[in-house]
Design a protein around this ligand. Sequence first.
Ligand code: ADP
Ligand code: MG
Length: 273
Amino acid sequence: MIEFRSVTKTYPDGTVAVADFDLVVPPHRTTVLVGSSGSGKTTLLRMINRMVEPTSGSIEIDGTPVGERDPVKLRRSIGYVLQNGGLLPHQKVIDNVTTVLRLEGTPKTRARDRAHEVLDVVGLDRALAERYPSQLSGGQQQRVGVARALAADPNILLMDEPFGAVDPIVRAELQTETIRLQQELNKTVVFVTHDIDEAFLLGDQVVILSAGAQVAQVGSPSEIVENPASDFVASFIGVERGRRALRPKSTARGTVLVDSAGRTQGVLVEGSQ
Ligand code: ADP
Ligand code: MG
């Protein structure tokens, strides 16, 4: 579990990126932080692994403040996926994926085996290990970024707008893949996006943020869609604009998607019977 307690971050130039932020991130679930550009999402994420230090308040992982952990070890124990993959262009895929393992002193052959294993996990051909990032498609690069984050088998995975730079079809593929991965791996995922559809698709818990990382609403996608906490949330999720034509509805056989007239359009989660 990750817990933010009254966290504030004021940058040296006086920008208050995060003001008095509280949140409990449950383990083995995906929590999505969603908000417009500049709302403080990246700052929140980077305070979890101490790439940014809070001005006040604390962040705890399983009851221990991250401020008490060695920042380097902490960072290696948490997977971090960036928008552009964050791959080192002059290193082969295999070397990108094994960076953390090698820093930890994992023997070369074991690191190599593990790299091949995580390439399998993210659905990449092992042959790609010998290529350079520029020889891969955008979607493949993103998968390598995820493989690298998973290599040391962290319990926590931070993902900062990881699919922002790829085209919509690849993005949809990567989203589906992320859902599959999460079902398989059961990590505690904190995922940042400005895209509400992506947030609803991937999040078990969705946190809607306004400027200064003010929490406008926290809940499951269906809780938020069915009961927006404010006009801000309603407008953010597109209710007012009628953009969100489909909404989830619980039935005896599982969750279905219904349109604004209440007609079932598809099955969201198959019932267990
Ligand atoms: P988001 O990821 O939601 O776009 P950020 O956390 O990157 O938001 O930024 C939140 C606010 O803090 C913005 O106003 C941004 O300009 C500001 N900010 C981010 N990083 C810095 C920095 N290093 N120095 C000063 N201001 C910053
Ligand atoms: Mg950001």
